[in-house]
Ligand binder design. Structure first.
Ligand SMILES: [Fe+2]
Length: 324
């Protein structure tokens, strides 16, 4: 098939009409972006000779993804989240905002409003029989190595089955989600359980898209962080535990070398007693370095629909219905 119509005046005029260029109302940026998006897709249909059958199966897939609120899951799988991070890294470098622990993707499973504690928090509710005790600790410092007291460290992670509270209704409210304010030495400590990695649900729309690319939808065991302090760049990051089969093969592309952290097994009875634990445990140490900034909007997380972030905002509520 050699039919090519994309460059014809008819098609080019049609694209301008579809994008509302001849209309007074609407949003100028929306028009420009939609025009570019449709142009790229129309050209793709021409270049790949996309058949009606292929086109309508794609529409059906989009409906299935939306019906299960899975765009937030497919987004990291198709690299968009990591690409936005790559761009933000480049923007920071150009603005000479250097140093600090690397950022990586937030993912779709944060829930706002977790309980807050000073210095130490227990994150698990004690009901996960398969969860090995984790002692998670670290120090928050600035790029000169000075500890930051009063930094806000928000941590969230999955249970031993790879499920997140709120999205997994079998878990108690805010299980494995806490906000810890660092102590006078900039330290935070959490008692929790070692999370399990998890995969995109088998047969779900996201899984079907990834399988069509010959890819898997697995993530290694990981722990999410938001870290913030006045006059410092807000950090969104996560650590991937070393030794997981997917540590360096994460479908969501969140792994960065500086963010791979070992879990060290501790069996010393003295240390166990000192921590007031009932048996051997695994210790994970993650120190965090925050870059400096005077720009107020860079000191807080960027706006995005998040579960419970805003009770009035319908998009936030939808963000909390993701079937993952
Ligand atoms: Fe996660």
């Amino acid at each position: 098939m050699t039919v090519k119509i994309f460059d014809t005046p008819d098609v080019q005029d049609f694209l301008k009409t579809v994008a509302g260029f001849d209309q007074e109302g609407g949003n100028e940026r929306a028009k420009q972006i939609m025009h570019r998006l449709l142009s790229d897709l129309f050209k793709l249909i021409d270049d790949f000779d996309v058949t009606p059958e292929e086109y309508w199966s794609a529409v059906s897939m989009l409906n299935a993804l939306g019906g299960q609120t899975q765009f937030g899951l497919l987004s990291p799988g198709l690299g968009f989240d990591h690409y936005l991070d790559m761009r933000q890294d480049a923007i920071d470098a150009e603005a000479k905002r250097v140093g600090g622990t690397p950022r990586t993707i937030e993912g779709p499973l944060y829930v706002a409003g977790a309980p807050e504690a000073e210095g130490f928090a227990r994150m698990d509710d004690g009901k996960d029989q398969d969860g090995e005790t984790m002692w998670l600790t670290g120090q928050v410092r600035d790029v000169d190595g000075t500890p930051i007291a009063g930094a806000k460290v928000e941590i969230w992670h999955a249970n031993s089955k790879g499920g997140y509270s709120f999205f997994d209704p079998t878990q108690s409210e805010y299980n494995l989600r806490r906000t810890i304010i660092t102590d006078a030495e900039g330290r935070y400590t959490a008692r929790s359980i070692i999370p399990s990695g998890y995969g995109v649900p088998e047969g779900a729309p996201t899984d079907l898209v990834l399988k069509s690319l010959g890819r898997h939808g697995e993530r290694p065991a990981h722990i999410h962080y938001f870290v913030s302090a006045p006059n410092h760049l807000h950090l969104t990051t996560q650590i991937n535990l070393a030794g997981d089969p997917y540590t360096y093969d994460d479908f969501a592309f969140a792994t960065r070398e500086e963010l791979v952290v070992p879990a060290e097994r501790i069996e010393d009875a003295g240390v166990i007693a000192q921590r007031e634990l009932d048996g051997p445990f695994s210790e994970v140490v993650f120190d965090i370095e925050l870059a400096k900034t005077d720009v107020a909007e860079l000191q807080t997380r960027h706006a995005r629909p998040r579960a419970k972030e805003d009770e009035q905002d319908q998009h936030s509520q939808l963000a909390g219905t993701a079937k993952v």
